[in-house]
Ligand binder design. Structure first.
Ligand code: FUB
Length: 325
């Protein structure tokens, strides 16, 4: 950042118009220690998607604006890493909505990054323009729109009537190497991804099962050979889950996993195993005084299984989780 830009932003900050740290895009590496939940308090973060690579947990998030917003207002995405869940690093802004020339509204909705053969694929959503994919050689980016057009278009969401149905991509690479993409608002869609990770392989299908009231935010993970589909249900959102023996189902509804998150209509979860324990990462509106449904903050709590593979309800805490070695 130039000295002039820094001086200007500091002056604006002193005048109390905006918080420089909350609003500006990151242009340098920032190391910090978390004090519990929310994990990040220097800016508003939403829609977490975690990726574990060796001894590091990478966390990709959306970036909400400061308080007073009347709707979702996200222009770029953020990337953080940690090896102990206590000490974190934030990297320069790796990707912005404006990097997708085909996006009409410039809104950086929920996204998810996975790794395949040393490349990082960041599936992003844009409110009404569809789902795109950006690629990098490094998890921290920078990332580039690899297709120059949508990977999934609104028209692919064959069972929906509303314009914002094509959001919230969640990728999953199975043990046999097959990659899948799940997404949706109102209807939960999925499709296979080709080996190149940037094309759908075969038809778009949808998930349905008894008791399935799907709002958005699908997330697939696997534990002891079972597939778990977690998702936001209702509005304000709770997180529910279903289990299956095959990724395409049939899924069986298993109940509510997480309650409405404090001071936020949405909840948007990510579930990963890290260093032998399982974690539930989500957002709330917990930063006071400006936190809200549109100025959200990412949190982390432990996730525990029962003996039969069902999951215990998440206990949301302000303490967060213990550091790990
Ligand atoms: O952040 C914008 C939208 O809010 C996401 O795409 C949804 O999952 C909800 O969290």
């Amino acid at each position: 950042m130039t000295i002039l830009k820094k001086a200007f932003l500091s002056a604006v900050c002193l005048l109390g118009l905006i918080s420089v740290q909350a609003q500006e895009e990151m242009d340098s590496i920032y190391h910090f220690t978390t004090q519990g939940n929310p994990i990040f308090t220097h800016k508003y973060t939403a829609d977490p998607a975690a990726l574990v690579l060796g001894d590091t947990l990478w966390l990709f998030t959306g970036h909400d604006f400061k308080g007073g917003q009347k709707g979702y207002n996200l222009k770029d995405w953020c990337v953080f890493s940690t090896t102990d869940l206590k000490n974190w690093t934030e990297y320069p802004t790796p990707l912005r909505a404006k990097d997708f020339s085909w996006d009409e509204r410039g809104q950086a909705y929920a996204a998810h990054t996975v790794e395949k053969d040393g490349k990082y694929y960041w599936y992003i959503s844009t409110n009404t323009s569809g789902i795109g994919v950006a690629v990098s050689d490094r998890p921290e980016g920078p990332y580039k729109d690899v297709l120059g057009t949508q990977l999934v278009k609104r028209e692919d969401c064959f069972a929906s009537k509303h314009s914002w149905t094509c959001i919230d991509p969640a990728a999953f690479i199975d043990d046999d190497g097959q990659a899948w993409l799940f997404w949706g608002n109102g209807v939960c869609y999925y499709a296979k991804l080709k080996d190149n990770m940037i094309e759908l392989d075969g038809p778009v299908k949808k998930i349905d099962f008894e008791g399935f009231e799907f709002t958005e935010a699908p997330w697939i993970h696997k534990y002891k050979k079972k597939y778990y589909l977690t998702y936001a249900t209702g509005f304000p959102e709770k997180i529910a889950y279903a289990m299956a023996d095959n990724i395409e189902g049939p899924y069986e509804y298993k109940g509510i996993l997480n309650e409405i998150a404090g001071n936020s209509n949405t909840n948007h979860q990510s579930i990963v195993e890290f260093k032998g324990d399982w974690y539930f990462i989500y957002h709330n509106g917990g930063i006071q005084t400006d936190g809200s449904s549109y100025s959200r903050s990412v949190c982390i709590d432990k996730l525990y299984y029962n003996r039969d593979g069902t999951i215990k309800r998440i206990v949301m805490t302000t303490e967060g989780v213990e550091p790990v070695k």
